[in-house]
Design a binder for this molecule. Structure first.
Ligand SMILES: *Cc1c(COP(=O)(O)O)cnc(C)c1O
Length: 374
């Protein structure tokens, strides 16, 4: 098989170790009733590869995975995943046959979704277990927490639907100063009481994304839903004592090295002018591979154990790094995300350099880049 110089290595052993580290942390903190872990593998497992990541998590003990839509659930089933699969997304305009073909667990987050899934379940003559989503202040999907007595009776009374779990999602879990986070917890507790008063008997409750896992055991409830943490990245600006390591490294190789004279430019638009004799390295990875244009002038790569600033412009298929004084040559390894020598560049650092978030950095690693699993 031919592999381009630019590759994303995905270490499934590290992934499983992260999963275990999170589970162990939960068990240490709450030994009497440790919350379970829902492995979030939406968006092609945050760019890491849904099939491989899904199978590895299952192998590592995960009994519930979550994805964004029915089509992602079908990919996991096609990969041989047998664990339960929760679909987060709204289903009101989806082709629901996939739910039944894939034995997926739907989220019911709108009255329209409840009616659509009820009608489909009646056609299939099946009872479908579902997770009920409550909107406690994010104002995206979910039944409003303060209106459940009006909206829920029809859902709970649907003959082919069986309430399995109730959940909510935080808008500001990664903002330590946010009052809304605590308010959402309080509202979720009110909503749980309302669900019970209306006769709903869910088997379990869940609320915590990665930031909430790191931040506050009071929102762990019966299960937690980490995505980013599984991939070894702590949501900024939070820090965590959980022993996690990045699952993905992104590397390439220098394909050309050349000298520039003082006053010369490199790259489209001539945005970098050499102020002195300068050596640059050309790296075959560009915005078509998911690298952000804004890295030029802001980011760096590691070559020969040193930081080489990205200069000029990030092109479609290439970027340019300033390797003056580094003795770089064609063939040298280039680390875009990962470790080299005593230094590292992680998704948090790259995100901070361009005003983005680490979730986006890993999700956007392009389809042209081969994922090599180890
Ligand atoms: C994506 C997602 C998560 C995981 O979020 P992270 O911040 O990556 O941990 C959890 N719950 C829901 C509903 C999500 O959509």
């Amino acid at each position: 098989m031919r592999v381009r110089p630019t590759v994303a290595r995905v270490d499934l052993g590290v992934l499983k170790a992260n999963y275990r580290a999170i589970a162990d942390h939960l068990a240490r903190q709450q030994p009497s009733r440790p919350p379970g872990v829902i492995g979030v593998v939406k968006a092609n497992a945050y760019g890491h590869g849904a099939a491989q990541v899904g199978r590895a998590l299952e192998d590592g003990g995960a009994d519930l995975l979550a994805c964004a839509d029915i089509e992602e659930g079908a990919v996991l089933r096609a990969a041989g995943v047998r664990a339960e699969i929760l679909v987060f997304g709204a289903l009101s305009v989806s082709d629901l046959d996939g739910l039944f073909d894939g034995r997926l667990t739907p989220t019911i987050s709108t009255p329209g979704a409840a009616r659509a899934v009820q009608a489909a379940a009646a056609r299939y003559k099946q009872r479908v277990r579902y997770h009920l989503k409550i909107d406690t202040g994010m104002n995206r999907l979910g039944f409003r927490f303060d209106n459940l007595r009006r909206t829920l009776p029809e859902v709970l009374g649907s003959p082919n639907l069986e309430l399995d779990a109730v959940f909510t999602h935080f808008a500001t879990a990664d903002d330590p100063g946010s009052a809304l986070f605590d308010e959402q917890r309080r509202r979720f507790e009110l909503a749980l009481a309302d669900v019970a008063a209306l006769g709903g008997r869910p088997r379990y409750r869940h609320a915590a994304n990665s930031a909430a896992v790191v931040r506050d055991p009071r929102v762990w409830f019966d299960r937690v839903r980490p995505g980013l943490l599984l991939y070894g990245i702590v949501p900024p600006p939070l820090e965590s004592a959980i022993a996690l390591n990045p699952v993905m490294t992104l590397t390439s190789r220098v394909v050309a090295v050349k000298g520039m004279r003082a006053g010369e430019i490199t790259g489209y638009g001539g945005r970098f002018t050499a102020s002195k004799p300068t050596t640059i390295a050309i790296v075959p990875a560009g915005y078509a591979d998911g690298l952000d244009l804004r890295l030029a002038g802001r980011g760096a790569v590691l070559i020969r154990g040193q930081r080489a600033p990205i200069v000029g412009s990030v092109c479609m298929d290439m970027l340019i790094a300033d390797v003056t004084g580094m003795d770089a040559s064609p063939g040298d390894e280039v680390v875009i995300i990962g470790r080299q020598g005593n230094d590292k560049i992680d998704a948090r650092e790259m995100a901070a350099a361009i005003g983005s978030i680490p979730w986006e950095i890993v999700c956007r690693v392009g389809t042209r880049i081969e994922r090599v699993y180890g």
